[in-house]
Design a protein around this ligand. Structure first.
Ligand code: 2RA
Length: 329
């Protein structure tokens, strides 16, 4: 098993390496790949020093699987070249997500849809993954009619430069601006670029990707995506209306029994999910479960996950694990 991590020098790339290590992912050979600019850099991993190679050299090495986290442009250009060389690409960018010929996969939900001839597999957007993972068992039992979601997203979702901007602002240094405004001590209702309909691309990702993953265009989704000055993970306030009514105790038990979800819901003891606690964890945390008392069959919930983990690296590694477990690689 020859595995390539493309974008190995970025925030998600190094998280992928951490997750591969924690999961004891069984590769025989590991290629760390980045742009030609970073080729030659050394990365220490599990007691071994690796030299970063460029994309062209990596394609020639014909890895079995390449986990990409190198941006949409790189992915559009290079993923087809890897797949033509026989590599299965698992891609973290938005390049292939809405392509009807590509699967958009959260293994716990639709891993079963994967087939041996899927050569480029898309990893959903971080804010979508954590929401759909928490909603999947509820959708199966009660049927989702409409979702209203507001996000509170970590600066790590933008990348290392955004973390640097926030920390420089915090310590009073001159910050290189990644966002149009100061992010520390501020909140920006703006993630990714604005679209003609007034929504941002991040909001539209949550809307479109949710329907694709659940294979149900009838689900109504509306979103407001907001950047906040935290680092541990993304949080989401979700209001969800179901077709069928639910019993709150039964619903809580359903979530507690779902692999990958941890229910933290004990308001009397101030127990609820927070990004500080979700940091470096693979699971999605759910709490503040309560009925929306203004509308029938409707629930309010709070969902938190480390966006670099289940929102990116963990989900991508789990796709690779799924392929291995099902002899597709
Ligand atoms: C963000 N969704 O948090 C992006 C990262 N993929 O900005």
């Amino acid at each position: 098993m020859k595995l390539a991590v493309v974008g190995a020098t970025g925030l998600v790339g190094s998280e992928i390496l951490e997750v591969l290590g924690e999961h004891n992912f069984p590769f025989d050979e590991l290629l760390l790949v980045a742009s030609e600019r970073s080729a030659g850099k050394k990365i220490a991993y599990k007691g071994k020093e690796y030299t970063v190679i460029g994309l062209k050299q990596a394609v020639a090495e014909k890895p079995d699987v390449a986990i990409f986290s190198a941006g949409g442009g790189t992915s559009l250009e290079w993923a087809p070249q890897f797949s033509e060389a026989g590599t299965i690409v698992i891609d973290n960018s938005s390049a292939w997500r809405m392509d009807p010929s590509k699967k958009l996969v959260v293994p716990e939900i639709n891993g079963k849809s994967l087939r041996i001839d899927d050569r480029i597999i898309a990893n959903p957007n971080c804010s979508t993954i954590q929401m759909v993972l928490a909603l999947a068992p509820l959708h199966e039992k009660y049927g989702i009619k409409r979702i209203v979601v507001s996000t509170y997203q970590s600066v790590t979702g933008t990348g290392k430069d955004a973390v640097d901007q926030m920390m420089a602002e915090r310590s009073g240094e001159t910050a290189k601006m990644v966002y149009p405004y100061k992010i520390d001590l501020n909140v920006l209702p703006h993630i990714d670029v604005f679209q003609e309909n007034g929504y941002t691309k991040e909001e539209m990702k949550m809307i479109n990707e949710t329907k694709k993953i659940f294979e149900d265009d009838s689900i109504q989704v509306t979103a407001t995506a907001v950047r906040i000055p935290v680092m541990g993970g993304h949080s989401e306030a979700v209001n969800v209306e179901f077709h069928k009514d639910f019993d709150l105790t039964e619903l809580r038990a359903l979530l507690s029994n779902t692999p990958g979800i941890i229910v933290e819901d004990d308001p009397a003891n101030n127990i609820y999910p927070m990004p500080l606690n979700a940091h470096k964890k693979d699971e999605v945390f759910v709490g503040r479960l309560r009925r929306d008392e203004t509308q029938a069959n409707t629930l309010n919930m709070w969902i938190v996950a480390d966006n670099l983990r289940k929102g990116a690296a963990t989900n991508a590694v789990q796709i690779a694990e799924y392929l291995l477990e099902h002899s597709m690689v």
